[in-house]
Design a protein around this ligand. Structure first.
Ligand SMILES: *Cc1c(COP(=O)(O)O)cnc(C)c1O
Ligand SMILES: [Zn+2]
Length: 401
């Protein structure tokens, strides 16, 4: 009888160019900014007092519990499969073996379609529906394509997915089951992006490429709200994130800043050091930050068993670099062999079959503990972005080294 009144309506009020902050209309279809061709960031009216109790719907066990701080205007357009509100798991056996005080893993592998891409694409497809779009197209390394295909099926939208030919079978197959049109390309995600531009020359499909529309980022930012709520409005000392296009890194940081503005975190609270973990075969951010290239525009990457990390030229590079600078963080590269070693320890000791991207995080944490850049008494959070289920082609027979 007590269906809780849904919480406050969306406070969305504008989209700002990430480079020059020029405002853009938040109530029409937008891609990148018209001024600088950079990502548009959603801004909310956070002036009126808004407490966690005002915003959070505690009976909603999904990312949509933060509705007022999300861009969807009308619930009738919501396209959901129950994404988000994933568990924040302590890793006591791993911590004990390595003498760590507090080691946590947020398990995004438990999302619909097996990765955190579900958050971004639930949001993007909901907004697509709200803005009257009839179909979507995406270049993907795998997980984003599967998630888009699932949410488009649920929304009754046309879906076109363009992925590298070498992507593990399970990703392709799941897209077919959702009725998506799948195109395979020789190369990496940037080559897929070229194909997307050709296929969508007439522009009748919404291109939901990473950071080329404003709303996937808003879905990803909910990870930041969740981990703060799950830690009772405290934050870890260090957060490790596997960075490809960077939406998770940028989105979590955006959430932390919004929570500071809302007063949900003490204004001078220490924010976590953000660690961007990349694949050694494709680590543009590491190279740029080390000063070995001015930016990623001409970077050439190679495939990795962590398909989601094979992103040679991320549009969001400047935003990722800002997060690393502001948080006093760093970027580092992990080899495929080290990712497998990380996966093994997480699966053998904690029962977690994480994607190679997640394995990379644990391997990176060990490396940084070794060099003293993380201290054992700090609280360490691994943001595991996906499950290994769809990566079997990449890791077959490697359970025991
Ligand atoms: C896409 C993906 C990533 C990288 O995410 P970005 O938001 O592009 O940085 C990491 N891990 C997995 C499992 C992914 O699917
Ligand atoms: Zn601009």
């Amino acid at each position: 009888m007590t269906t809780l009144e849904t919480t406050t309506h969306s406070r969305l009020h504008a989209l700002h160019c990430a480079a020059c902050h020029a405002p853009h209309d938040a109530f029409t279809l937008q891609y990148v900014s018209t001024c600088c061709a950079q990502p548009l960031l959603a801004r909310y009216d956070l002036t009126a007092p808004l407490t966690p109790a005002d915003v959070i719907n505690p009976t909603d066990n999904s990312m949509w519990r933060y509705r007022a701080l999300l861009p969807l205007l009308d619930d009738a357009n919501l396209v959901t499969l129950g994404e988000g509100w994933t568990p924040l798991l302590p890793l006591p056996r791993l911590a004990a073996r390595h003498g760590l005080r507090s080691l946590l893993l947020k398990d995004e592998g438990q999302n619909p379609t097996g990765s955190f891409k579900a958050r971004g694409l639930s949001m993007a497809v909901s907004k697509a529906k709200e803005l009257g779009v009839t179909g979507c197209i995406i270049p993907t390394a795998g997980n984003a394509g599967v998630a888009l295909a699932a949410y488009c099926a649920r929304a009754g939208l046309r879906c076109v997915v363009v992925m590298p030919r070498h992507t593990p079978t399970a990703f392709k197959e799941e897209c077919y089951w959702y009725g998506a049109e799948v195109h395979l390309v020789d190369g990496l995600i940037n080559d897929c992006a070229t194909r997307v531009r050709e296929l969508n020359a007439a522009g009748e499909l919404l291109d939901v490429s990473t950071l080329k529309e404003p709303y996937r980022l808003e879905g990803k930012k909910t990870m930041g709200y969740e981990l703060a709520e799950q830690l009772n409005w405290t934050l870890p000392d260090v957060l490790l994130y596997p960075a490809g296009g960077g939406t998770g890194l940028i989105g979590i940081w955006k959430a932390l800043r919004e929570m500071q503005e809302l007063g949900w975190l003490p204004r001078h609270a220490k924010l976590p050091r953000m660690i961007a973990v990349q694949a050694a075969s494709c680590c543009p951010l590491v190279e740029t930050r080390a000063g070995r290239q001015p930016n990623c525009h001409a970077y050439v990457g190679q495939p990795s068993i962590a398909n989601g990390l094979a992103v040679p030229r991320p549009l969001g590079e400047p935003l990722m670099l800002d997060v690393l600078d502001e948080s006093n963080g760093l970027a580092l590269a992990i080899t495929d062999e080290q990712m497998l070693a990380g996966m093994r320890e997480l699966s053998h000791l904690e029962g977690l079959f994480v994607a190679p991207e997640g394995g990379a995080l644990w391997s990176a944490a060990l490396q940084l503990l070794h060099t003293g850049q993380i201290r054992p008494e700090e609280q360490i959070l691994l943001l595991n972005t996906g499950s290994a289920q769809k990566y079997l082609d990449n890791v077959l027979g490697r359970a025991n080294g």
